[in-house]
Design a protein around this ligand. Structure first.
Ligand code: GBH
Length: 466
């Protein structure tokens, strides 16, 4: 399905990694197989009104039984890396206690299949599927969850650490904390601003504990490369005088994570901005040191951009997911939009990468997700001509290249996603895949964007749109 490599228009550095990403709940299906426990997303999806059309984690892409075919697909695209997540409830059905062998065995087989195909596995431990039993005990608002997460990390490092080198602890703690506990758009669907800040801290504490657990538990010969994946926001001011709005939104979106990871602790201005909600006494002595455990790389997920301005009334609450935010107006998305309604701004990726690079000069960076949803049309001959998605990838890869030229230490790029899948609160209505999935037949068909991305990966750089 792919043609011979061509000379790229824009060449990426030697050794640049070309990957695709997925997440367990979005692709696996078979949600009750082999002793898998219930996750907060099973509960949420089964709650009327939470997910479009009441869609749940079945069938998804039935990857749980089709993983061999999916690995072969990744191989056929000529990609170097596959970023996937492990479903905690398959490993510990209630979030604590002994591991479920059948669950471990699935990821064992997946990793072996990848290695056999010459694809580097990049494993994420937590992509939002918290065991429901832990949520029943308070979820990420409960400090105990951080310790449970580290135990789970240890189980996985012991089991896969001889073969998996690249680990991410959390995917997008911003989403877990703010969509899960502040605006309730994601599981567990709570709407308590204070809970959102507690969740931030317990996610980050869990991250730090997990980093240590992985380093302590992998086999002696293994040298793990450990990371966290953040959906950092590119925040721009509407005009002069709006810097204060940028500071606040950047604080709650970005620096609340980057601060304890790389700069010695939670930013004072973020604590001040949220003082009406909490005195941050949930942060205990020593926690910030644990969160600062050294990382080998940072994953950044980028989709869109945000413009903000100050409100005259600095105390006026700003509706939305950022806990306790006041005095800020977020502007509506501008054209061109993707099919899910998010603004397209490739230049925002350059600004974001150069900023993080200035912030953390030595740190290797990866774009761990980037992509676009559009409604696809399957032609008579079965082909999918998704030129809008292809153009989105082309523009964002050019942006990534531009960032590298500006000195950013960008080591790889993962498209979201390998295939159409369960898009959370949007159910199966939004398609992000380089590969089309027919949910009736489970047939995978590589789209025009997927064929193009395959040529990009083989060429080691951007190739013409044919
Ligand atoms: C990622 O989330 C997830 O990791 C992945 O599982 C998911 O499928 C993928 O992206 C696509 O959604 O409300 O208009 O201001 C990304 C979540 C998307 C959250 C952009 C913030 C802001 C858009 N982020 N969103 S808007």
């Amino acid at each position: 399905t792919t043609t011979a490599p061509v000379t790229p228009l824009l060449r990426f550095p030697e050794g640049f990694r070309w990957g695709v990403a997925t997440a367990a709940f979005q692709i696996e299906g078979h949600t009750t197989a082999d002793g898998r426990g219930q996750s907060i997303w099973d509960t949420f999806a089964a709650t009327p009104g939470k997910v479009l059309n009441g869609d749940g984690g079945d069938p998804a892409c039935e990857h749980y039984v089709r993983y061999r075919e999916d690995v072969a697909l990744i191989k056929s695209l000529g990609l170097t890396d596959y970023r996937f997540s492990i479903a905690w409830p398959r490993i510990q059905p209630t979030g604590s206690g002994p591991a479920n062998e059948a669950g471990l065995d699935f990821y064992d087989r997946l990793v072996d299949e990848l290695l056999g195909a010459g694809i580097n596995p990049v494993a994420t431990l937590y992509h939002w599927d918290l065991p429901q039993a832990l949520e029943d005990a308070g979820g990420w608002t409960n400090r105990e969850t951080s310790y449970r997460f580290a135990e789970y990390a240890e189980i996985m490092a012991r089991r896969l650490g001889d073969r998996v080198r690249d680990w991410s602890t959390l995917n997008e703690p911003w989403c877990s904390a703010y969509l899960g506990y502040v605006n309730g758009h994601h599981a567990p669907g709570r709407t308590e601003p204070l809970a959102g800040l507690q969740a931030v801290h317990h996610l980050m504490l869990g991250h730090g504990l997990a980093v240590r657990a992985i380093r302590d538990s992998v086999p002696a010969q293994a040298s793990p490369r450990i990371s966290v994946v953040l959906n950092l926001a590119q925040v721009d001011p509407v005009g002069e005088g709006d810097e204060e709005a940028v500071r606040k939104v950047d604080g709650l979106s970005n620096r609340v994570f980057l601060g304890p990871l790389f700069h010695g602790g939670y930013p004072e201005d973020v604590k001040d901005d949220t003082a009406h909600l909490t005195d941050w006494s949930f942060v205990q002595d020593g926690d910030e040191k644990i969160i600062a455990s050294p990382l080998d790389w940072l994953g950044i997920n980028y989709y869109t951009t945000t413009r903000v301005r100050v409100l005259e009334d600095a105390e006026a609450p700003t509706p939305g997911p950022l806990p306790g935010l006041r005095g800020v107006e977020q502007l509506p998305a501008r054209e061109p939009l993707t099919g899910i309604g998010w603004e397209q701004d490739p230049s925002g990726l350059v600004r974001l990468l150069t900023r993080v690079s200035r912030d953390c000069p030595e740190l290797p960076l990866f774009v761990t997700e980037n992509g676009a949803a559009f409604p696809d049309t399957v032609a008579e001959d079965g082909s999918i001509d998704d030129i809008e998605r292809l153009a989105y990838y082309d523009a964002h890869l050019r942006a990534a290249h531009e960032a590298i030229e500006q000195g950013v230490n960008l080591r790889g790029y993962f498209a979201w996603s390998l295939m159409d899948n369960y898009e959370w609160a949007f159910g199966y209505s939004q398609r992000f895949g380089l590969t089309h999935v027919d949910y009736e037949t489970q047939t995978r068909t590589v789209k025009r964007s997927g064929h193009w991305y395959s040529r990009v990966a083989r060429a080691g750089g951007i190739v013409p749109i044919d």
